[in-house]
Structures are given as C-alpha cells and as structure tokens.
Design a protein around this ligand. Structure first.
Ligand code: GLA
Ligand code: ZN
Length: 692
C-alpha cells in the first residue's frame, strides 16, 4: 500500500482559504500577510458548489479562476478541493432524494453540510461531473499539488438511512453473503425470530428498526456492523466516483480527503488504499490531550503503512463548534504543530486563513481575523512557526517513525464492543486504547498504530487493547510474535466475537486463549467510581497497587503465571493480570511473553505493566520518567535520525540530552548527557549525530 505524497522542499504551511466570501481588495491584503507568515500552500474551493454550478445545466468557473490565478501569482501552491461536501440549495430543491434520512428516520429538507445521501444516483452523477470539470480545467495549473475530494466524509450522524441506502445495503449484503441462508447465519437471525426469507425484508438498522436508544443500542450487532461497513463503503464509492473523474484529466497529482482521526462512524482502514496519501483535521476535545493527539496522528500514519501524512486542518486559536472554545495558550500552537511533524506530518495546515464574515464559523479562529491584522498574538505565533518550518527545510520530509511497537486499532472491535448489550456501557474502546497508548507515549516508545492485517513480524511488542473482534488469522499471527521472542499484551474484552460479532462457541478469549494460557469464566462490571485494588508483583520487589474499575474478568489460568491479583469482591485473590510464556517458564532467553490484563487498570497500573513489557526489549525511552515530556523520532531513508523532544508541561524542566547532535531550531550543538532546559511548551528538534 504505497503512498504518493505531493512533492515539496519543506513541511508545507498554510490552510483553507475561502476568499469567495469577501471582496477582491481584501485578497491583496491576504496574500501580503501570507508572505509575512511563510505561507506556501492554500486549500481552495472547499465549499463552493452553488457558485460553480448555479443550476443543473450551468457551470461557472470565473470566480474560482480568479482565486486560483491570484494564489498562483503570489507563488502559493494550491490544494484544490472539489466542493462536494455541501449541497447547493437548488439541488436539494430539485432532487429531494439527495438529502439524507437521519437515524430517526426523518428525511431532511435542506441545510448545513456533509448532507448528501451517498447512495443518491443524482448526487453521485453531479458530484463526479463537478470533480471531472474541475480537473479538466485546473489540471496542469502551476503549483497544483493535491486534490482534496469532498470534506470530512461522514459528518451529520455518520450516515444516511433512506430507501436508496436500503437498496444499496441489500446489494452490498448480496455481494457479501451470496445467499440469505448465510446472511441469517451471520446475524444469528434465529434469535427473536428474525430469519429473513426475502432480501426485500432487510431494512437499515436505525430508530425505526433494530435500535431503541441510539446508535449503540441494537438488537442485532450483525446488521448494525454490516450497515456501518456498508456506509463506509458507500461514502468511499462517492470519493472513488470523484477520484476516477479527476484521474481522467490528471494522471499524477495526488488525491486525498481530510479524515477526522479517531472517528467512529467510518472505518478509515477500508479507505486507505484509495488515498494517495492520508490527511486529517486535528481538533482535540480539550487542552491537555497530548497523548490523544499523538495517538490520532499515529492512527492516520498507520493508514498508509507509516508513510508521512498531512495535518489538513488545525485552528490557530479557537474552534467554534464546542460549547466552550478556549484559545490556544501562548506556545501551544507551536508545540502541537511540532508534535504533528514529530509523528510524521509533512504538512501543517490551518482552518482557516481568514475568518468568515458570517454564519456559524464567523468566530472560529483564523490566521487573519476580520480586520486582517498581522499584529495579533495569533498571527505573530503563526508567522514565527512559519519561519521555523522554513528554516527546517527538507530535514524530515519523507522520514518515518522507527517503531518496534505496534498497537492494533480496529474499527470492527470499536463498533462491536460499544454497540452491544451486556457488560458495561461505560467501558469505551478509545478510552481503553488511549490508556495503553498513553503509557507507551509516556515511556517514549515509538509506536505504529496499525490495522490487524498488518505484517507483525517487524515488531518486538504488539498491544491489542480491547481487540473484541478476531478476524482472519490474527490470533495465529499474535502467537507468531511470541514464538519468535516478542511480547503481546491484550486487555479485557479481547477475543470475544468473530467477524460477524457472534460469540465463539468456546471459552473466552476465544482463539486467543491458547496464547494467553487462560480462560475467562465470568465478567463482572461496576458503576464508574467503584474500584477494586489490584496488587502487582514482579518478583523483583517493585510491587504496586493499582485501582481497577468498570470491568473485572474472573480468570482461570491454565499455564499463565499470575502477576496481579484482585483485592476485593468474591474473586479477591484471583488473577487480574497474567503473563504466559508459551515456551515454558524456563523457556530461556528466546521465549516470548503474552500478557493479559483482565480489568481496566488506572494509569499507574497500565504504566506498571507496559513498562515491564517494553523493558524486556530495551524500549523504555530516555525521558520516560519526566511526566509529559514527549520523545518522537523520525528516521530518513538514509538513516538520519531526528528526535523531537516536546515539553507538554506547564512548567519548565531540565532533562539530560539522550544523544549528541544539532538543535535544528537554534543551530546549537548538543552533547549527549548535557542539560536540555525546556521552557513550558518548548520544543527541541535534535538532528542526531550519526553513530560512530
Ligand atoms: C472541519 C471542517 C472545516 C471547518 C472546521 C472548523 O474540520 O473541515 O470546514 O468547519 O472543521 O473547526
Ligand atoms: Zn441515503
């Protein structure tokens, strides 16, 4: 799955620019300001369908011509969007079926954006036609570096539940199952007498059918999972419609769309092959989300097998869509931008270059405010970062993360674990993944976040938090990691369901039981806040007590060794954390280890386990014991290593440099072991000296 990124000489810098919203005099001021901030790339035409095509038979590119010409004249590179992320009013008025039917079963009339039914033949025809006409007109434009198809696919409920989608779903099911017998079997339709005798009887799962309290409450996980897969594929078909028409006129310019990181409704792994390169929009939900952002960057990097990606959007200051929208504190924009580069971003772009005049994003932050001022704090920080990225040049372009650790991320598991009755609704997939990722991140391990289909032979350590659904030969491949001396760690609720979300007719954790040397006999749950102390003993005297919560599996070890035990409840004294050496306890140096964590440990407990797993492979990093100091590394094809040391703390900190090299931001020589002083939000970009 090779990636094809736009060529470039430096980390690209710029963002969404929508000058169709203001008079031309302002364009001049805009471009003059962009020069001051080292802006080299603008994304144009994200939401202009109604202007480009005022009615079904008329296309008018005059305004876009002028916008593109002005940007090119200013020396800007251009990402050209296809404008199909929001419907024009005439289209909805003339063809009401282009509008979505929501999860409640209500056909929408007109409004907002990300509003097209992906199965509508009219939408598919006209969106592809528009993309084709744009490509015909603008292919070969100097400075055109990428095509940006649609926008944030999946917005608005994450899908459509209309009759056209119902028909598309039935077709999709026929292709997947062939016969109704296989479909009935996959959905375990005999339960509650749902056996289907005609394809026409299948209707989309929503509030009018299998769901009763929203998307997570379904009577049949099978149909709900299949609908999510279908919806992912239906929107992917929309993207493909447009990409195909672009390719008819432009054979080479890379094509992408902007993802939303960890976005549940769409399985981005199903899309990855169709993107030339991956990109995403980074809007963290809070102000102290360093590990979550790092995880999301790594999820996106994992889409294209570790190739660099783009941050297509981030805000320079505030977002507008939350109830409370705090500004980014001084230094935070710089820190988060460097974090993106550290995790593999070869472009750092904004939404947006200038503030909208009206509508719901008029107060959303931008590089330029309504007055177009360049003497604001935000603009100064943007310009300073632009100068740094200029100075960095091509030093890390194309460089990859040298990861020995893989963390499996799986949309099917996400859906199946959260959209099921039983157990505990408070135990969430991303929370669980993040708990393990955070421990890896704090330890300074370089991590690839990958789909379960990836080749695991390149990793020493593989983590499978809440790997609820086991697909294909993943259990065998995890056994393979341990067989060659690696370590595998899984958490509670792993190995519970097959690809159809049906239980395995065997002990939990299903086909993983052999690897972990245990079975799960019962699964207890508790309300948030109720804890059970787990004592962790490593035999070396470094014991700990962690608080476990939410889910408590009662284990029966077969030949796993007990590492942690519950301290309360009728299962007090029984194992909560185990380690299995399938080669035997005296298996020697080469034997690998399979760790199982049967409960939601707190951060202390997760870190205790993760440090031991990493430690065995020498993968605990040099800054592991300084909280919230991050180490991320990129390695070029020539082996040149660039280490990013990022201070996410709100206080200054001194650490001992882990290597000698040159700080690319200051030009200063650094000697291994010397004190690196990092102010709050500070960043060191250390080009390491080659090993002697
Ligand atoms: C998304 C969209 C943009 C804009 C921003 C605002 O990422 O793609 O058009 O609405 O959110 O944060
Ligand atoms: Zn639809």
């Amino acid at each position: 799955m090779s990636a094809h990124l736009p060529a470039g000489r430096k980390v690209r810098y710029g963002g969404d620019y929508n000058p169709e919203q203001w008079p031309r005099e302002v364009w001049e001021a805009d471009h003059a300001a962009f020069d001051l901030a080292s802006i080299d790339t603008v994304t144009l035409n994200v939401f202009s369908w109604a202007t480009l095509q005022p009615d079904e038979d008329t296309y008018d590119f005059a305004l876009l011509d002028a916008i593109v010409e002005r940007a090119v004249a200013a020396g800007r590179d251009v990402v050209l969007a296809t404008s199909t992320g929001a419907l024009p009013p005439w289209l909805a008025h003339r063809h009401p079926e282009v509008e979505r039917t929501d999860f409640q079963g209500r056909r929408h009339v007109y409004g907002q954006r990300h509003n097209a039914c992906p199965s509508s033949p009219v939408y598919r025809r006209l969106s592809a036609e528009l993309a084709g006409r744009l490509a015909e007109r603008y292919a070969g434009t100097p400075g055109l570096v990428a095509w940006h198809v649609g926008n944030e696919y999946g917005g608005f409920d994450g899908g459509c539940w209309c009759d056209l989608c119902a028909a598309g779903f039935r077709e999709w099911l026929r292709a997947r199952y062939g016969t109704l017998e296989r479909l009935n079997d996959a959905w375990n339709a005999a339960f509650w007498s749902h056996t289907f005798s005609d394809w026409e009887q299948v209707v989309p799962p929503n509030m009018l059918s299998e769901h009763w309290r929203g998307p997570d409450h379904t009577a049949f996980q099978g149909i709900t999972l299949d609908y999510r897969r279908f919806m992912s594929d239906a929107m992917l078909a929309n993207y493909r419609d447009e990409k195909e028409r672009i390719r008819a006129h432009d054979a080479t310019t890379p094509v992408t769309t902007n993802f939303m990181g960890m976005f549940r409704p769409i399985d981005y792994h199903r899309w990855a092959d169709d993107l030339d390169f991956a990109s995403w929009d980074n809007y963290p939900p809070g102000q102290r989300e360093h590990a979550r952002m790092a995880l999301a960057h790594d999820v996106v990097r994992g889409l294209k097998d570790g190739a660099p990606f783009w941050v297509m959007e981030q805000t320079p200051t505030i977002t507008a869509s939350r109830d409370v929208n705090p500004v980014k504190r001084p230094g935070v924009l710089r820190l988060w931008s460097w974090q993106a580069v550290a995790h593999g971003a070869d472009a750092v772009l904004y939404f947006q270059m200038r503030q909208s005049k009206g509508a719901c994003e008029k107060y959303h932050g931008a590089v330029l405010d309504h007055a177009g001022r360049t003497d604001t704090r935000a603009f100064r920080e943007v310009a300073a970062l632009g100068a740094e990225l200029d100075a960095l040049g091509d030093a890390v372009l194309g460089a990859r993360t040298p990861a020995r650790v893989a963390l499996l991320f799986d949309w099917d598991s996400w859906w199946a674990a959260e959209m099921t009755d039983g157990f505990n609704r408070h135990a969430r997939y991303v929370d669980t993944v993040l708990a393990y990722y955070r421990a890896l991140w704090q330890a300074g391990a370089q991590v690839d976040v990958v789909p379960v289909t990836v080749d695991l032979s390149r990793y020493d350590v593989v983590l499978a938090p809440m790997l609820h659904v086991l697909k294909g030969d993943v259990a065998d491949r995890l056994e393979g990691v341990v067989a060659r001396g690696g370590s595998v760690l899984a958490s509670y609720w792993s190995g519970r369901a097959d690809v159809d979300a049906n239980a395995f007719l065997m002990d939990a954790p299903g086909p993983l039981g052999r690897l972990f040397g245990l079975r799960v006999e019962e699964t207890d749950s508790a309300e948030p806040g109720v804890t059970n102390p787990v004592t962790l003993k490593d035999g070396a005297g470094d014991d700990a007590v962690a608080a476990a919560s939410l889910v408590f599996e009662v284990l029966v070890p077969q030949d796993a060794e007990v590492v942690g035990t519950y301290g309360a409840e009728f299962y007090a004294g029984t194992p909560a954390v185990t380690r299995h050496r399938p080669g035997g306890h005296d298996g020697g140096e080469d034997g690998g280890e399979a760790w199982y964590v049967a409960t939601a440990l707190d951060d202390v407990g997760v870190a205790w386990v993760v440090r031991r797993v990493l430690g065995r492979h020498g993968l605990v990093g040099p800054y592991a014991d300084t909280d919230d100091v991050e180490l991320a590394v990129r390695e070029g094809a020539d082996g040149a290593r660039t280490a990013f040391v990022l201070n996410h703390r709100s206080d200054a900190v001194d650490v001992a440099a882990h290597a000698s090299g040159t700080d690319l931001l200051t030009g200063r020589a650094v000697v291994a072991g010397e004190t690196l002083h990092l102010e709050p939000t500070d960043v060191v970009v250390l080009r390491e000296d080659p090993p002697r």
